[in-house]
Ligand binder design. Structure first.
Ligand code: SF4
Length: 364
């Protein structure tokens, strides 16, 4: 059976080339082609001897995600629907940075579907389909980089200029906030992190892993990849509300979760991000804001307030009024916390937080 080179880390690639009788600098050349020049075939690796390329074609291949569809939002956010080898589908979301500097944050998936069952989340409604393999995680970044590249090299004309100006750019940040709970696919996520940092060249400080609150995963992340950013999807200030919104809370209640955050070893100037989806009448009261201040005491934090994005299939929750959202934020900020209201990037194309579902519901 052929080996997928995208599934190997540098040492494994080196030993593979060594077994074939080639010098170690050939590994660097292959890595450069795979991760910097986004090659999807050994045939294009023009600085490798022809007999090496032939040998590689005999024993190995380079995986590639099949891009089924892109949708572009009015705000420039682009949602990608990818098909995996077994026919399952996942989504990634490319979000333009607010500074308008042609840099993007890519929100990637770690699982097809998700078993965590968060009540406000479309992915949670799917249940878990399966864990993604390492290359299915890293290939999301490579596929989107390739997608962006085509606009960089294109000839711009009057008719396509505006469209291409929006899309031209580079991925500066990666966030594990797409489909799935990253700590439920811990090993593959950890290997993908090492590929992002060591082979693709993205700094750990530019990568964020977001969890629904799996406490042992938080501890393990700090041991394995200490400088990666951590985000917690919090969404409630009492166990009774969080138990309903996020069943994970029954196993890891707020006290345990906050204790894990308090002891998380943060690099200087770094903060833990707390995501808080605001749901009208459920978690958006003045008392919630005051409890949130208390919960985050002693934690270097920043809070992302996300007014609920209503999706096509869910009508259980209501988005709070703009005035109430602003009031909630004001209480937090007045207490000295950093709190921002997240613009619902891509909400018109169901690419905003909690809306990803990879068209599974449309498939049936
Ligand atoms: S919010 Fe995250 S952890 Fe919860 S169901 Fe959705 S994808 Fe899973």
């Amino acid at each position: 059976m052929k080996i997928n080179f995208k599934h190997l880390q540098k040492k494994e690639l080196e030993s593979c080339l060594d077994n074939l009788g080639w010098e170690s600098y050939r590994t660097d050349q292959i890595i450069d082609w795979m991760y910097k020049r986004h090659a999807v075939s050994f045939d294009v690796m023009s600085n490798l001897p022809r007999n090496l390329r032939t040998r590689l074609n005999d024993i190995a291949y380079l995986s590639e995600l099949k891009l089924l569809k892109t949708e572009t939002s009015l705000d420039g956010t682009i949602k990608f629907l990818f098909q995996l080898d077994d026919g399952e589908t996942i989504e990634s979301v490319l979000i333009p940075n607010v500074r308008g500097n042609n840099l993007y944050t890519l929100c990637i998936s770690s699982q097809a579907g998700c078993s965590m069952g968060c009540k406000f989340c479309e992915t949670g409604r799917l249940g878990l389909i399966r864990n993604l393999k390492t290359h299915e995680i890293t290939d999301q970044v490579l596929a989107v980089q390739r997608y962006l590249e085509q606009f960089r090299s294109d000839v711009f004309t009057d008719s396509n200029w505006e469209d291409k100006k929006i899309r031209k750019g580079e991925i500066s940040n990666i966030v594990f906030m797409g489909m799935g709970e990253p700590f439920n696919n811990f090993n593959e996520v950890m290997i993908s992190l090492s590929i992002f940092t060591d082979l693709i060249g993205i700094s750990k400080r530019k990568i964020t892993v977001s969890t629904s609150g799996i406490v042992p995963g938080i501890t393990k992340l700090s041991e394995k990849v200490p400088s990666v950013n951590l985000a917690i999807s919090l969404n409630a200030t009492t166990d009774s509300t969080r138990n309903i919104l996020m069943p994970v809370n029954k196993k890891y209640p707020l006290k345990k979760l906050m204790q894990a955050c308090r002891t998380y070893p943060l690099s200087p100037k770094r903060r833990i991000t707390f995501e808080y989806v605001l749901l009208k009448g459920i978690n958006d009261s003045r008392n919630d804001a005051l409890r949130l201040i208390k919960l985050l005491g002693g934690i270097r934090s920043k809070i992302n307030l996300i007014p609920f994005n209503r999706s096509q299939s869910s009508s259980e929750f209501i988005r709070p009024d703009e005035q109430d959202v602003q009031e909630f934020r004001k209480i937090l900020v007045n207490s000295g916390l950093i709190a921002t209201i997240r613009k619902s990037s891509g909400s018109d194309i169901s690419a905003a937080c909690g809306q990803l579902r990879a068209d599974y519901l449309n498939k049936s």
